[in-house]
Write a protein that binds this ligand. Structure first.
Ligand code: ZN
Length: 131
């Protein structure tokens, strides 16, 4: 049989962190016990938001490069009887500033020997929604 998890609160004990009455066996009150969990959750949510924002930014930069070279891509394709390969790449690396990520977006189409790249710094502090 499974045991039901229980939490014992000593209403006479004082929280060793905030001094309020009513502490668990770990010496902390309910709110001081939950605080680290809330902070960890907040950090995880911020990271997730960061990832989504970063990918959105990457999509926008890729789209921008394709727009910039749309005419050349079409010309290159028409001029070549054969196929045309357009390579797009993304590179993520740690930026110089704290909590920043450098995003490098590259376009490269072999037939016309066009190469271009865009580098942007994405700062975690600027884009987090859970601040
Ligand atoms: Zn407390």
């Amino acid at each position: 049989m499974n045991e039901i998890p229980t939490i014992k609160i000593d209403m006479d004990a004082v929280c060793k962190k905030c001094g309020k009455k009513g502490a668990y066996e770990n010496g902390l009150c309910m709110s001081c016990s939950i605080k680290p969990l809330k902070q960890a959750l907040h950090r995880e949510l911020s990271k997730m938001t960061m990832d989504i924002e970063l990918i959105d930014r990457a999509k926008a930069e890729l789209s921008g490069l394709l727009d910039n070279y749309a005419v050349q891509i079409c010309k290159a394709y028409v001029q070549n009887d054969d196929e045309l390969t357009v390579s797009l790449s993304l590179k993520f690396s740690p930026g110089d500033a704290a909590n920043s990520i450098e995003l490098e977006v590259k376009i490269n189409f072999v037939e016309s020997k066009v190469k271009d790249s865009v580098k942007v710094l994405v700062n975690e502090k600027q884009i987090g929604l859970f601040q």
